[in-house]
Design a protein around this ligand. Structure first.
Ligand SMILES: [Zn+2]
Length: 56
């Protein structure tokens, strides 16, 4: 709980192609860590929820 929060980030094109990724953790230096994976899953779920909304 006292650990400094990590700051993963990704750059993606509009077509969904993921370009560089990065994270502050040790595995993130190699651009392959679970934090980036979790961030990509979060982005996908938000995108899915946003596309389900209908204009009324
Ligand atoms: Zn990480």
């Amino acid at each position: 709980m006292n650990a400094t929060p990590l700051h993963p980030w990704v750059i993606a094109n509009k077509d969904g192609m993921v370009e560089p990724v990065h994270c502050d953790c040790k595995a993130g230096l190699g651009e392959t860590c679970s934090h980036v994976g979790a961030l990509l899953f979060h982005i996908e779920s938000v995108h899915r929820l946003m596309s389900r909304r209908t204009v009324t």
